[in-house]
Design a protein around this ligand. Structure first.
Ligand code: MN
Length: 245
């Protein structure tokens, strides 16, 4: 039996008044998990139906958290600043619930980009609402694709990986160069997490669980770098942890 990995979706207001709202998920995440042997399971956003969400959760072996819009700052006790982007409150609610249940049940968690941010918030940490304006000495992290340069796998900055971490074991390098498509970042790291990689400016680029369980978050997009053995191994190690439960 291949392990089932749950992936919460995001809301897409197709064309209000014309086409119904959708719950969607980017294909590269699903393909990355499938490529290392997981059964990807796309989860609808049902924050008001905890019983259904719980039944879905019970069938999962692990939880995967993807990139997407900003976590609502109310989730970490801040007012939303103009520099904060669009939010998806139903997604925040469902992902935070799944994270808490996964931690209670000891189910592995892998979190990417927005995923590391919502993981940190779910466990009591906070975020920079906008790195360029709130951390003016930071390097550029917001290499969002444009029509002229649509690349999502552009390698733009190094990270310093903490020796002895799950991340170090998966990547097999201490200072790899990664892609970077984020304008937010962890501000205060949550209790229960440790920093496992930082960018040259000190911005937290990866965290993991302090208790030894498989809880790994990365700020870059490994699903776009899956042709690199170390980045693929990150997914493989997660699916192996889900399999061995
Ligand atoms: Mn970055």
């Amino acid at each position: 039996m291949r392990p089932i990995i749950g992936i919460a979706t995001q809301t897409l207001e197709a064309i209000p008044g014309e086409l119904p709202a959708c719950w969607i998920m980017g294909q590269s995440y699903v393909q990355a998990l499938r490529s290392v042997g997981a059964i990807p399971w796309i989860i609808p956003l049902l924050p008001d139906d905890e019983a259904t969400l719980r039944e879905i959760f019970e069938r999962l072996d692990a939880v995967f958290l993807t990139g997407g819009v900003d976590v609502d700052p109310s989730r970490y006790g801040e007012a939303k600043q103009p520099c904060c982007g669009r939010t998806d409150p139903p997604r925040d609610a469902v992902e935070i619930q799944l994270i808490r249940w996964a931690i209670e049940a000891g189910k592995p968690i892998l979190a990417v980009c927005r995923g590391i941010q919502v993981l940190n918030v779910a466990l009591g940490g906070s975020l920079y609402q906008d790195v360029p304006s709130q951390l003016p000495n930071a390097i550029k992290h917001d290499y969002f694709p444009t029509r002229e340069n649509p690349s999502r796998n552009r390698l733009v900055h190094s990270i310093e990986v903490q020796a002895g971490t799950r991340l170090a074991a998966a990547l097999g390098e201490s200072r790899p160069i990664v892609n970077s498509m984020h304008h937010q970042a962890i501000k205060c790291i949550a209790p229960g997490l440790i920093t496992s990689a930082v960018a040259p400016d000190g911005v937290i680029e990866a965290v993991e669980g302090a208790n030894g369980r498989y809880i790994v978050g990365v700020q870059w997009h490994p699903e776009e770098l899956i042709s690199q053995p170390g980045q693929k191994q990150l997914f493989a190690s997660f699916v192996a942890a889900a399999q061995s439960r």
